[in-house]
Structure formats: structure tokens, C-alpha cells
Design a binder for this molecule. Sequence first.
Ligand code: F6R
Length: 261
Amino acid sequence: MEIVITETPEIAAILAADIFEHALAAVEAPVLGLATGSTPLATYRELIRRHVECGLSFVNARAFLLDEYVGLPRDHPEAYRRFIAREFTDHIDLPATGLHSPDGAADAITRAANDYEREIVDAGGVDVQILGIGSDGHIGFNEPSSSLGSRTRLTTLTSRTRIDNARFFDDDLDQVPRHSLTQGIGTILEARHIVLLAFGESKARPLAHAVEGPITAMVPASALQLHPHVTVLVDEAAATKLSNADYYRETFEHKPHWQTF
Ligand code: F6R
């Protein structure tokens, strides 16, 4: 696990965009794993800028969303498929058929979950997966006590997560769905490279538990310790509870020039 502490979220976003750009250049038909929420937005903005100003192309790529709310109509502005289109994919040249997301509005949710697992496998698996972390340590919508081997399935959001996400629903908790269809932790761990982003003071505690604490279902992000290729990009505020922060800074400062992410 490589942990990089940057002065600002914008610097972390540039590094995350570099990782995506590298995958787009290195892989013939790259498969990108996308998260929603606030954390990856600066990375998406940077990728859009590179597309518009530098010609970075996504034309050969496919993208898979981590999760989707269950209980919202497909055309709800906060449905994650609408969110990612508005914030990212409508502004790049990703083919319309290249965007995949779990169908949270399906009548047969279990079948939709299994279909999504199959779609990811059929695409050859995810090359680079971007992740945020919930204030309760979740990744995707795998809440504390999720099985570390879980697959795409229906999950119930904790009240912490619903309160955190109420800001997207006019601060009205009653509008925040109670369920999601999310890639499981086992599904996420199959991505070849995982980039975890964490910004701000509210992420300091879950981040420290995730990267320095024991591996436990009570902190779903701690499962990332089992993955062979994880890059953690955090700002100073999110790094305040890392006991090994000096070592991470020293490691990055002395990173050999030939070593990529
Ligand atoms: C979003 C997702 C969630 C968020 C997490 C952090 O697709 O899967 O795990 O990454 O809730 O959300 P923000 O970035 O809004 O703090």
C-alpha cells in the first residue's frame, strides 16, 4: 500500500488523474471503476480538463460504477448513474454504451446484482478503481459488518451514511434512500489497481483505521490491506490521525524516479 500525503485535495486529484491517464495509455480497452460522492469530483474535473485541453481520450474505455441507490427512480438527479453523467462522463468521449452501473431500479434486485458481476467479468475486470471512504469506514456501500468476501448485492445504509448523504437531498433525511446495490468488498478487491482518496478532517479517523488498524469487517476499507496494489492519496487534514505519517512522507520524497504508481 502506497500512502501519499498531499498539501491539498487538488494535488491528490492530479496524481489520481495521472494514474487514470497511465491506464488509458497502457491498456488497449481500459476498464475504469468510478465512485460517486464528493471526493472524486476534483479528479473528474482534472480528467475533463485533460480531455478538453490535451485530447485525453476515453473512446476505447468502459466505466463501471461502484454502486447505485435502490428506491430512486432511474431519472432522479441523485441516482448515481445520473450523477456520474452530469459530473464526468457527459464531458468526455466515453461511448454511451461504455457506461455501466448496477440497476438499482430493477424489479429483480438479486438478478440485477448477479448480472452486474457478470458484466464486470465479461469486460475483463476493472483496471483502475477509484474509491472514497465513508465516515463509518465504508467503501462502495459496504457498511460495517459487511463480509470481506461480499459480492454485488443489496445493502442497507447506516444512519451515519444517510445523514452524511442528506446534503445531496436538500438536507432532508427522509429523501435519502435506505438501500443500495453495491459492488461487494470481494468484487472491489478484484480490481487490478485501487486508488483510495480521502480528504478533510471527517475522514481522518476512518482512514487511520482502514490503513493502520486491524483488518476487520467493522471497517470495510481495512480489507484494502489485503490488496497487492493500492494507492492512498490523502490531504493533510485526512492524514492527521496516521501514526506513520512521517514514514509515508519520507517514502514519497525519496521515491525512485523510475517507480510509477
Ligand atoms: C460512492 C461510494 C461511497 C463514497 C463515500 C464517500 O460511489 O461508493 O463509498 O465514496 O460515501 O463519500 P464522499 O466522497 O461524498 O465523502
